[in-house]
Design a protein around this ligand. Structure first.
Ligand code: FMN
Length: 141
């Protein structure tokens, strides 16, 4: 099975989860600047900015080729509990005919909000455990 990991991040939170997934999947976590050649399972993650995914994350999802990417395991982060990026990105994947086989979402609160002086990318032990469990579950599908 071919596995790929791509993430969009502004402040490091989503990247930190991608890097944990990489330790389980044994493939590198790469930014969406690296195109996906082929993947049976693509782990794809992004943040939430003003109630939307970043434009680059939506554009990346739109650029995927359903003949090359068989299924997506989606992971998103946000400050608050609403899963708006998950919903928006899932909608694009569905329109493209690529099934989303799982959804991982973490609420980061103010972590990574530079405006309040908080650095991103620091995960709690329980978040590391949760994302690793997610990765294992997705890889078994
Ligand atoms: C400019 C900006 C706008 C944001 N807007 C929202 C928002 O509308 N809703 C929300 O839940 N979180 C919001 N957040 C919080 C981010 O979604 C959260 O920090 C997320 O983990 C960012 O991922 P990243 O560190 O990978 O960029 C915002 C963060 C920034 C920096």
């Amino acid at each position: 099975m071919t596995v790929a990991i791509r993430y969009q991040t502004r402040n490091g939170n989503t990247q930190a989860f991608a890097e944990q997934i990489a330790t389980v999947a044994g493939v590198p976590a790469e930014s969406i600047d690296t195109p996906v050649e082929q993947a049976d399972t693509l782990f794809f993650g992004g943040g939430t900015y003003f109630m939307k995914p970043d434009k680059s994350a939506s554009a990346f999802m739109k650029s995927l080729d359903a003949t090359k990417v068989k299924q997506i395991a989606l992971f998103t982060t946000s400050g608050g509990p609403e899963m708006v990026s998950d919903k928006a990105l899932t909608k694009i994947a569905t329109e493209k005919g690529i099934p989303v086989i799982g959804h991982f979402h973490q609420v980061m609160g103010g972590k990574g909000m530079k405006i309040i002086g908080s650095a991103g990318g620091k995960l709690k032990a329980e978040q590391i455990e949760l994302v690793k469990e997610f990765a294992q579950k997705m890889l078994a599908q």
